[in-house]
Ligand binder design. Sequence first.
Ligand SMILES: NC(=O)c1ccc[n+]([C@@H]2O[C@H](COP(=O)([O-])OP(=O)(O)OC[C@H]3O[C@@H](n4cnc5c(N)ncnc54)[C@H](O)[C@@H]3O)[C@@H](O)[C@H]2O)c1
Length: 268
Amino acid sequence: MTGRLAAKSAIVVGAGSVGPGWGNGKATAVLFAREGARVLCVDLNEAAARETAELIASEGGEAAVYRADASRAEDVQGMVSACLDRFGRIDVLDNNVGIAEVGGVVDLAEEVWDRVLAVNLKSCFLTMKHVIPVMERQGGGAIINISSIASIRYTGIPYASYSASKAAMNHLTRTTAAQYAPKNIRVNAILPGLMKTPMVERSAGLAQSYAGGDVEAMWRARAAQVPMGHMGDAWDVARAALFLASDEARYITGVELPVDGGITLKFA
Ligand SMILES: NC(=O)c1ccc[n+]([C@@H]2O[C@H](COP(=O)([O-])OP(=O)(O)OC[C@H]3O[C@@H](n4cnc5c(N)ncnc54)[C@H](O)[C@@H]3O)[C@@H](O)[C@H]2O)c1
């Protein structure tokens, strides 16, 4: 522990993991706590958030749990109140919630489009809407929005709703960063690349698109796409989030940081 987030309180939205192992939000919540933050673990799946909080407590850190659907305003307001009640302040907001549905514009059902936009984009709007006034009163804060390389590239798999939601998240990050820079509130985005996480393993249709449903073959195919020759993992995203959350990044706002082993540098 080096205390890079000492005396800070953080909310990680989507702090659980959809399956066994390490998702980006779970690793981020644990790493934030290892660096001294008190962490509110927020998730629609309360048991998943609790697992993360218990991991933090087992390492001697401080964490609390809040169940919320981040796409619903009343849940997000409750989340903010819970963090203030428990920790008294909010210094860091990590917006990690995200769902992916395979489908191009022709195939995608309208209700799937609406759901993906609500979970991936509206959640980011709502959490910033209700957290920023708190940060403003405190004199500053750091927000990290977890986007994706799919926001700036066609990845070879049609993800119309996912890509559009993440592209909109990038620009919401930039405009909010510009607006709140004078208030010392930094807003940055991380664009994870091909990560090996439970979310990818379980993503409906992804293994099918890659390798006829063979998950091991999908891992090999994804690794081969990356210039570094391997996928990243949840800790790579967590370490980038830690940097952006910490005062080491105090002069950085409005950036999109790819964490992708160089894949967005490729021509094909
Ligand atoms: N894994 C990758 O390869 C990859 C690549 C690019 C971007 N990302 C992004 O990383 C983020 C998450 O990655 P992860 O590995 O932690 O995924 P994950 O699915 O394991 O964890 C996300 C958590 O969010 C929760 N959640 C879903 N909908 C919610 C809602 N409406 N309200 C509250 N909680 C909700 C889920 O219950 C889950 O615990 C997403 O934003 C995703 O788009 C992942």
